[in-house]
Design a protein around this ligand. Structure first.
Ligand code: PEP
Length: 252
């Protein structure tokens, strides 16, 4: 059985002090949660302080982005090697905000997946269709293209270090959530696609998270779906009072 994972993407929010305060609250609130993997993704500037605050706890640390090289003349960028050095175990790649605002395409995202997994870190690979694409009946084509291109050259063994996050773009930060049924349909499609690409064992083991306006009041319905293995949470991860009940609904 796949273990649920709930990750909070804090985006460009929180000073170092605010980030440490939030994670300290989460440590208390989630002390009795041992059956869900909980991950937080602060801004780069807060990673070191949050890593220190969660040291010795089951909380995992994620970066929100990376540059797919080890080291070198890449002003302003941060490599998976440096993220590992600061204590990260996960890196979010291909978030729709990176795709839309920074024009990141699948081949660049593929390089990031390779760089993250080569470092032994877990890549949380985000995929998802826009409203226009969904309305045009292209959801599955878009998801297939994003998955195939972003995972090009990744072996079944390396897939152990990949987590997929299905995030319909129209549901991110909009308050519109995919229904549990719509989300399950997309997750099932993704798992079947991964079975064709990498075989039954990989498809059965890989975790596919749902993201897009997940809140305490819709988490239970989403997390109870057969192919939904957790959540990537944006807005509702910024306060312990909102995030904690979502995590708790991921319990088996
Ligand atoms: C996200 O940023 O990945 C996200 C899903 O945001 P929100 O929960 O705010 O829709």
């Amino acid at each position: 059985m796949r273990r649920k994972l709930v990750a909070g993407n804090w985006k460009m929010h929180k000073t170092v002090a605010e980030a440490v305060a939030l994670v300290n609250e989460l440590k208390k609130e989630l002390a009795d949660v041992t059956d869900v993997d909980v991950v937080v993704a602060p801004v780069f500037t807060a990673l070191a302080a949050v890593a220190k605050a969660i040291d010795g706890t089951p909380l995992g640390l994620a970066a929100q982005n990376c540059y797919p090289e080890v080291t070198g003349a890449f002003t302003g960028e941060v490599s998976p090697t440096l993220l590992k050095d600061v204590g990260c175990r996960y890196v979010i790649v291909g978030h729709s905000e990176r795709r839309r605002i920074f024009q990141e395409a699948d081949d660049f995202i593929n390089r990031k997946v390779r760089a993250v997994t080569a470092e032994g870190l877990q890549a949380i690979l985000c995929v998802g269709e826009t409203l226009e694409e969904r309305d045009a009946g292209k959801t599955f084509d878009i998801l297939a293209a994003q998955i195939e291109n972003s995972l090009r050259g990744i072996s079944a063994a390396t897939m152990e270090r990949v987590i997929i996050a299905y995030e319909p773009v129209w549901a991110i930060g909009t308050g519109k959530t995919a229904t549990a049924c719509q989300a399950q349909e997309a997750h099932r499609f993704l798992r079947e696609l991964l079975r064709k690409m990498h075989g039954v064992a990989t498809a059965a083991a890989i975790r596919i998270l749902y993201g897009g306006s997940v809140k305490a009041d819709n988490a239970a319905a989403l997390l109870s779906q057969e192919d939904i293995d957790g959540a990537l949470v944006g807005g509702a991860s910024l306060m312990a009072a909102d995030f904690t009940p979502i995590v708790k609904q991921g319990r088996n």
